[in-house]
Design a protein around this ligand. Structure first.
Ligand code: EPU
Length: 448
């Protein structure tokens, strides 16, 4: 039996090629959208990651037939027999992902009832669902919170709403889109999130027959329709995974061609990458194109960045990049404005020799929701630091990848515990690492 530990010997520049497929944070939502259709849907380029498996399991529990298509990465969803699932069976998925909350609208439309287990996902703050529940109530849902999970019903159907999000939440925007498309009347959503993954979800829904207008100033208007069909879709590439490999190239002084990476979705990241002193080259070929990222030699420069909603610097880009910033010559500042608690991982980097201080103040940018509330959400990184090996425990998906990069950039051999978590969002990461010349090994444990 393989253990959940990766033994990583650092010091080798990562060089070679990796391929990214459909974005985790679109694919899982498009799978939920398939429930809304009355005919089968087909998606290409679906990555083999744990989050996809979890959503597949949940859909199958609700009677959706999910089959592998002829092509590698092709999935077909047949929702013609959507049915209620047993609470115990659904609860097997409790705590494993945040996607189940998005099934509320589709299940209410198809069955008039939904049961949602306790949510999971990464532990990066309290991650409330108040926006979701408030919107669903206004659509006409009755929400009953019980110790086993959420029960929702819609005895009088769901009707369009006028709703303003207090913060442009990705999940709440998706919740409202997935509910409004089949609700009676018009829904107007103000202060919506407009991440590329959301625009791609709108494309999926539009292919199904929805009428969705994206206005200026983050206003989205959805005209409810009475019936949707299935879709055929090739998702946008995973820009979080692409940036993770780019940061790995920089941190290890390597050179990685990320096949499938797309410039338009990564402009903000590319600007920062270049400011630090990294080099990149875009290959626009629709088949086999991507972006090559490399460390051109010489010193890296420090930067001041602030994470934000799109088109800002993504919160999921910061953790791998911070590892590269430990190698920059001077003080970098990262102000995290999306999640209040996303710097826990820096403790382990400090144990490896980095110098990172985390502050409660809003540093290097405008005041955010977390300023003066005591959340340690700004980091100052002093470099360059000589990283050395250490035993690491992976806390969450993105922080986990940054731990891996740190171990690969460090001198010596680190043991990275809890490495299976990375399979939630990075397809075949061990094979990809091996292909880039990383020295990693999974120890075999004796079965008890
Ligand atoms: N928020 C609320 N109330 C709500 C919903 C959100 O206060 O009802 C707050 C959150 O606490 C957070 C902020 O709004 O402070 C943003 O949260 P958002 O809803 O946008 O995040 P999410 O939909 O739960 C998705 C991605 C995250 C990514 C964020 C931001 C998925 C499955 N997850 O989460 O990705 O960081 O958007 O872009 O799409 C990851 O892939 O590792 C990951 C964590």
């Amino acid at each position: 039996m393989l253990s959940d530990v990766l033994v990583v010997t650092g010091g080798t520049p990562l060089t070679g090629e990796v391929r990214v497929r459909g974005a985790k944070n679109l694919v899982s939502k498009a799978m939920v959208a398939a429930v809304l259709g009355h005919t089968p849907s087909r998606m290409f380029d679906v990555p083999r990651i744990r989050d996809v498996e979890i959503v597949r399991g949940l859909l199958e529990l609700h009677g959706v037939r999910v089959t592998d298509g002829d092509l590698d990465g092709e999935l077909v969803f047949d929702p013609s027999n959507v049915e209620r699932a047993g609470i115990d069976e659904i609860n097997v998925h409790a705590g494993s992902s945040r996607i189940p909350i998005l099934l509320c609208g589709p299940l209410l439309h198809r069955l008039g009832h939904a049961f949602i287990p306790d949510l999971g996902g990464c532990h990066i703050g309290p991650r409330p669902i108040d926006f979701h529940l408030e919107a669903l109530r206004q659509f006409g849902a009755i929400v009953d919170k019980t110790p086993e999970g959420l029960h929702l019903s819609a005895p009088n159907g769901l009707h369009g709403i006028k709703f303003t999000l207090d913060y442009p939440s990705v999940g709440a925007t998706e919740q409202i889109l997935l509910t409004a498309v089949l609700a009676e009347g018009v829904t107007e959503l103000a202060n919506a999130a407009v991440e590329p993954e959301i625009v791609d979800l709108i494309c999926v829904l539009q292919k199904m027959g929805a009428i969705i207008k994206v206005h200026t100033n983050r206003v989205i208007e959805i005209e409810g329709v009475s019936r949707l069909t299935g879709f055929t879709h090739r998702p946008i590439p995973d820009r979080i995974e692409a940036a993770s490999w780019a940061s790995a190239a920089l941190a290890t002084k390597g050179d990685i061609f990320v096949r499938g990476a797309r410039q338009a979705d990564m402009m903000t990241y590319l600007n920062v990458f270049r400011s630090i002193g990294g080099s990149y080259e875009v290959d626009d070929d629709p088949v086999g194109g991507g972006i090559r990222f490399w460390h051109p030699g010489g010193d890296l420069r420090p930067v001041v960045i602030e994470t934000d909603v799109h088109p800002g610097f993504m919160t999921d880009w910061q953790q791998p990049l911070v590892v590269a910033l430990t190698q920059a010559n001077g003080l970098s500042v990262v102000h995290e404005t999306v999640y209040e608690n996303r710097f826990g991982y820096t403790h382990a980097l400090n144990q490896m020799g980095a110098t990172i201080q985390v502050y409660a103040e809003c540093l290097g940018g405008a005041d955010c929701r977390f300023g003066r509330r005591g959340f340690r959400h700004s980091a100052v990184i002093a470099g360059p630091a000589k990283l050395h090996a250490h035993d690491l425990v992976i806390p969450d998906l993105r922080a986990g990848f940054s731990h891996l990069i740190a171990a690969l950039a460090a001198e010596g051999t680190s043991r990275v515990h809890g490495v299976d978590l990375i399979n939630r969002g990075y397809e075949d990461f061990e094979a990809k690492l091996a292909g880039l010349g990383a020295r990693t090994e999974r120890p075999v444990t004796q079965a008890a």
